[in-house]
Design a protein around this ligand. Sequence first.
Ligand SMILES: Cc1ncc(COP(=O)(O)O)c(C=O)c1O
Length: 327
Amino acid sequence: MKQDVDPNLIVYFGEQFVPMREARIGILTHALHYGTGVFEGIRAYWDEAAHELYVMRPMAHFQRWKQNCGILHIDVPLLPKDLCGITAELSRRNAFHTDLYIRPLAYKSAERVGVAIDDQNAFFIAALPFGEYLHSDSGLHAGVSSWRRIDDNAIPPRAKICGAYVNSALASDDARRSGFDEAILLNESGHVTEGATCNLFMLRKGRLITPAASENVLEGITRESIIELAQAELGLETLERPVDRSELYVCDELFLTGTAVGLAPVVRVDHRPVADGAIGATTRRLRQLYFEATHGHLRAYRKWLLPVYGGQGAHKQSEAPLETSVA
Ligand SMILES: Cc1ncc(COP(=O)(O)O)c(C=O)c1O
């Protein structure tokens, strides 16, 4: 995520649109000290042919965000559909004609010392031009981390709680220093959970398999989208079950999914090739389908997309109303 950020970008902060350089928080802000914030990551994809910017599944993201904010007693005082409206307006005010990463963050905003949680909350939404997160065209080399995934009874990994990302940061940093592209974390039972910032799927004996939500993974929206695409387009059911570390060494295909990474093939794990070390056919097909769905090329999946410029291009929003629920 090493990209220079323009301080003149417009962000939504303090219930108004302001330049990023004016969006400031105090040094005693609770969330800065104790990690008491909940964030989201949303992508928007620019489609040159349609001359349209599509926000990917904003309703699902804002619904997940509001639900997970509840874990920290944070109330975001707007409906998901209003948050979608703000996001589209934010993109228009910045006149974005490029791929974006959108970062809503709600946090405990009291400026004082003391870990106890009170009712003072704030939130912002920032949107940044954003290209590839991991260069995964030729496949990644992933390494199983010595850092364990946090447990639901410590900091719930199903919510994108700011403080929980120390776990991802330690694993990701360690992986990169050791020459891997991404870390894979095990839970306290020794089962595979996910990558530092992405979910994990493997293909084994003709079945698509991903660790269940109860294994301490984030309930990824890309994961859910891939499960739907695999079922509807390839007739491939996904089995959600515990995954052993050594299954990664004997599986036929392996890939990671997430808002930032998209669908990233893994071709080596812990210095061992995945199957013959080439990107598998199912992975390739799903990656292509995900690209097409997120860029408005597949009519059946336009329900996932919010066109920022009103669908004046090739694909009109009215053809497919935006989905209204997560599942
Ligand atoms: C730990 C973790 N797992 C999985 C994901 C993928 O989730 P999603 O597809 O909703 O972006 C993310 C990214 O947000 C993440 O941070």
